[in-house]
Design a protein around this ligand. Structure first.
Ligand code: SF4
Ligand code: SF4
Length: 456
């Protein structure tokens, strides 16, 4: 059967009969690989270290869903601040839009967690245990025997251990490292939710990096699907210089361009495409093919860059335009999202104080007074504990009863206190209001509610 080569009409990772075609990516070295190794080491270190870092006595990042508390580099948020997530996410989304309009899927090749973990950990371990791409291919098609069981078994064992470890680190972004450690040393029955979380995420991570791999980028990732609308002729992508490379031909051929049709750029491609077929949605901009082809060109004593980062305009006309309308538009939308988030996040009230009327009790007529029952809900949004004090401002000639006039609340702690207002029936007039001044952490808020009673 002739060797199957990538084309534009089918996904290389799926065979004609619908079965999975495993891609055994060949090793490659070069300048972009060296840069990626440094970036990946920094990103993995950040992922592992962040849960341990504290800012102002709180975790740098903690998404405590059960308590609906969120910490982000010294800022504290509660469920009422959830709307800010919209501006944060759209800000991040438009950042990706700007980067994509300028440099294509560079995020995917250099910084996406999927690529980083797959290439820096899982594929590296696979090479170490099973050898080069050709050896891995031979092992895959070999019948099951002791050697294959040992190699595959040890790989799957390490993969499972790493997946479990990554799932525990991920969990610490939601529970904090102390609680994760507590969950690890105690039986699962004491931490069923944490145990289930780790079980599910270990399975997902293991399945993804052991089998699913590049299909996530090609078939599932929504960011990948957007590329077609984010690119234009000036977007810098990994591009094959067909003017220089074609007509491709064997090294010995006299009537050929610079491409010797060695398929080295295809062998190193983690998504199984041939970049010589043109810019494709499956390309994650990893530059493996750039380094691979540069290596070939060096051996042929030809200038490097037959495959390089360039725009279509750059390839065809030799010039690149970075500043163009779509870049300004995405940057403007990014600026709006991030500005709204920054202003709203830093301009938030440091605490919440709300007067709530007791449900079902508008007012009660007593012998000589009108009783209005309320609760006051206090919520400390400050990153540290504070004393909340309450002072009655209105009505001055009524009896306002509070169980206590000050209360200590920890960070993101809240409390509800009953408030009873008794107004002499003779002095009650419609339109009267309860007005309280709440003070905490050097800030004050005036809160009010209408007082109800019989109409005259
Ligand atoms: S690595 Fe370079 S020379 Fe070899 S097939 Fe790819 S483009 Fe052609
Ligand atoms: S075509 Fe090149 S840059 Fe694109 S995914 Fe394949 S190897 Fe990476």
């Amino acid at each position: 059967m002739p060797a199957r080569h990538p084309d534009l009409d089918s996904l290389y990772c799926i065979r004609e009969d619908g079965s999975r075609q495993t891609i055994h990516t060949a090793d490659v070295g070069g300048r972009y690989q060296r840069r990626k190794k440094i970036i990946w080491a920094l990103l993995i270190a950040t992922y592992l270290i962040l849960p341990w870092i504290e800012v102002g006595g709180k975790p740098a990042i903690l998404i405590d869903i059960a308590k609906r508390h969120f910490y982000l580099f010294g800022l504290t948020f509660n469920a009422q601040d959830f709307y800010l997530a919209f501006f944060l996410l759209t800000g991040i989304g438009f950042t990706l839009f700007v980067v994509s309009a300028l440099f294509g899927r560079i995020w995917c090749g250099y910084a996406c967690p999927h690529t980083v973990f797959l290439e820096a950990i899982y594929r590296r371990l696979e090479r170490w245990l099973e050898g080069s791409a050709s050896k891995r291919e031979r092992l895959a098609s070999a019948p099951w025997g002791m050697s294959k069981i040992l190699r595959r078994g040890s790989k799957w064992f390490f993969y499972l251990a790493i997946s479990g470890f990554l799932a525990h680190v991920f969990l610490s972004y939601f529970l904090g490292v102390d609680e994760v450690f507590a969950a690890m040393v105690n039986p699962p029955s004491e931490h069923p939710a944490a145990f289930t979380f780790v079980l599910i995420f270990t399975t997902i991570i293991y399945f993804n990096f052991t089998w699913f791999r590049e299909q996530l980028c090609i078939v599932i990732c929504p960011y990948g699907r957007l590329q077609g609308v984010l690119y234009d002729a000036d977007t810098v992508n990994v591009t094959y210089d067909s003017g220089r490379g074609e007509p491709r031909g064997k090294y010995t051929s006299e009537k050929r361009g610079d491409c010797i049709d060695c398929f080295r750029c295809v062998a190193v491609c983690p998504t199984g495409i041939d970049i010589r077929n043109g810019t494709q949605m499956e390309c994650i901009g990893c530059a493996n093919c750039v380094d691979a082809c540069d290596e070939v060109m060096r051996k042929l004593d030809q200038p490097s860059g037959l495959i390089r980062y360039d725009s279509l305009r750059g390839i065809e006309q030799g010039e690149n335009r970075f500043l163009r309308p779509r870049v300004f538009l995405y940057a403007f939308l990014l600026l709006i999202g991030m500005s709204v988030f920054t202003i709203a996040a830093f301009g938030r009230s440091p605490f919440e104080a709300n007067i709530l009327r007791l449900p079902g009790q508008a007012f009660t007529l007593e012998e000589k007074t009108v009783l209005n029952p309320f609760t006051i809900h206090l919520y400390n949004k400050l990153p540290e504990g504070h004393e909340f004090s309450i002072e009655v401002l209105e009505p001055v000639d009524a009896e306002v009863t509070l169980p206590i006039d000050s209360v200590e609340l920890e960070s993101l702690g809240d409390t509800r206190l009953p408030v009873f207002v008794r107004i002499p029936r003779a002095t009650f007039t419609p339109g009267m209001r309860l007005q309280l001044r709440v003070t905490a952490g050097g800030q004050e808020r005036i809160v009010e509610a209408p007082l109800l009673g019989p109409s005259r």
